[in-house]
Design a binder for this molecule. Sequence first.
Ligand code: ADP
Ligand code: MG
Length: 590
Amino acid sequence: MQIKILSDELASRIAAGEVVERPASVVKELVENSLDAGSTRVDVKVIGGGVKSILVIDNGMGIPPEQITTAFERFATSKIDESSDLISIPTLGFRGEALPSIASVARVAVVSMSVGASYGAKYNVDFGEAGPVGKIGTPQGTRIEVTDLFKNTPARLKFLGSSGRELSRVQSVLATLALVNPDVAFNLVADGRERLRTTGSGKLIDSMAGIYGEKIADQMIPLESDASGAFAVDGLVSSPSLTRANRTYITISVNGRYIQSRRLSYAIEQAYHGFLPDRRFPLALLRIRTPLEDVDPNVHPAKAEVRFLREDLVFSIVQRAIRGVLSVSAPIHEIGSSTTVASYGSTGTREVRISSRQGSLVEKSDPVLKTVQTKSSEIEDDIASKFYQSGPTPREALPVLRVIGQTHETYIVAEGPEGLYLIDQHAAHERVTFELVKHRYDNGGSEYQSLLEPLTVDLSPGLMTTAQEHQEDLNKVGWRFEEFGKSSLILRSVPGPLSAKVSADGAAEVLVEVLDELALGGSGDTWNHRLIATIACHASVRAGQVLSIDDCKNLVRQLEGAVRPNTCPHGRPTIVRLRVNDLEREFKRR
Ligand code: ADP
Ligand code: MG
C-alpha cells in the first residue's frame, strides 16, 4: 500500500474516536463549551439516552456569526493561541477538537447569538458535510442539537449500551459538572422527564442537594482551608455516619476542572482512616486550587486526568483539611441508621460540643485498664491535661451517661439526656486504649512489660525484613527484640497494655499480626495508626466477657474522656443511641 495523507474527513473521524466515545462524552464536551462561554444556565435535553438526540442550550457569550464555520474546523479554538504554554490553561476546552469530532459522527445543528452581534447565526453540519450559514433572531447564547449519533459508524453504535445505560452515564456526567459548578443552574430532561436540577446559587451545599438530595446534603461537613496560600482546598465531606459502597461519590475539581484521580481519591479515603468501617467510602466534593502552572491538563484526550507538579503537597493539604474537620464532628450513631440513609434525622445527629469537664482519664481503681508497670501518675495527669484541654479544636464529647448495666456480656446499657445508649464494650475499650497508647507513643513514653523469660518468635523471611525496617517504632510501643538467626527474633518485652490482657505467647502472636499489618505498607501516619490499633484491639476487653457494674462505669467514664469517643480505631461505632422521641413513636405515645 502506498503512504498517503488522510483526508480531513477521515482524520476527524479517527480523532472523534478519542473524544466522542458515547452520548455522555458529547454532553460533556458541549456543556464544557457552555461553561467556557461563561453561561449561568445550561439546559440539556436528551432522547433515547442521547443516541437519538442531545440538545444543549446555554446563555453564554455565543459564537460570532462570521466565526461559526471556523468553530467546526479541526483544531479551531478561541481559547489558546501560539503564545500558550499549554500548561496555564484556565478554560475547560483548548484542543479545538470537540465540535468537528462530534459533527463528523452525527448531525449537528447550531444556533448562536453572540454578545454585541446584530443578528444570530444558524449552521448545520451533517456527518462532516457543512451547510450554509443563515441569519436568525434568537436570544443570547448557543443552542446545539446533535442527532443520529454514530449513524455513519455502525461499529461504534454497537458498542453502546441500552438507552437507559447511556442515559445514566449522561446523568452522571452532568451531575459531576453541576457539582463542580455550583454557580451555574443545570437542568436535564430525558425523554420528557426532568432528571436533574440545580439552582446555580453558588453554594456547594445547594448543588449537593440538587444532585443527591437534601438528606445527604444535610450530613455533609464543610471543609475550609486557609485560602491565603497558593494551594487551597475547600468543599464538603460526608460525616463518618454516611458512607457508600464505592468511590463514585467522590468528586474532585482542580481550578474549576473536574478531574479523576485514583491517587487523590485514595488520599481522601486515607483521611477517613479510622472513621469508616472497612470497604466503605465517603462522599466528598472537593475544590482544589493550585497555581495554574502547577497542573498540566493536557495529558488525557478527554482531559479527565491532570498531572500535578507538586503532587505530595496537594495530597497532604487535602488530607490535613479532611482530618481536621472529621476529628471535630464524628457524630453518635443512631440506632437503625447504618442500614439506610433515609432513616437519619436531618440535623440532630451531629453532636459536637466542647467539653470543659475536669477529670482524670485513668482512674486509680480501674479494673479494666489495669496495666503492669504504670509509670506513676505523671503520665496520667499529662494525658488528662491533654485530653481535657480546651484548645482551638473542639473535640467530640459524649453526653453525661448513667450506666444501667451490661447486656449479652457485650454491651453496656446507659441512659443520657437524649435517650438510651448502648456501648460496645470491646469497641469502647479499644478506643480508650488506642488513645492512651497513641498518646504515649507520640510522647516517646510507651510502657513496656519485660518478659521474665525471653521468647523466641519465628518469622517468615518477608516479616523479618518488616521487623528490621520498623524496629524503632515497634520499640517505641513496647516491643523490644533482637534478631536471632535468619528468621527468628528474641522477644524481650511487650507493650504494657497488652501484657495485662494476654500471655507472653499471645503477645508474640500479636507481634506477628502487627508485622503482617505493617507489611501491607502505607505511609507513616496510617501504619502507625494500624500498629497502635492492633495493640489496642488485643489489649481490650472482649465481647462475651462479664463486667461488673463498676467495670462498666469505669469504662464509660474513660470513654467520655476520649478525644474521639464515638468510633473505635477501625471506624466502627462505639456507642449507639435510641432516641426518646423514637421510643415514644414506637410505643405510639405520640
Ligand atoms: P475547544 O473547546 O477546545 O476550544 P471546541 O471544538 O469544543 O474546541 O469548540 C471550538 C470553539 O467554538 C471554541 O473555542 C469556542 O470559541 C466556540 N464554541 C463552542 N461552543 C460554544 C458555546 N456553547 N458558546 C460559545 N462559544 C462556543
Ligand atoms: Mg470544547
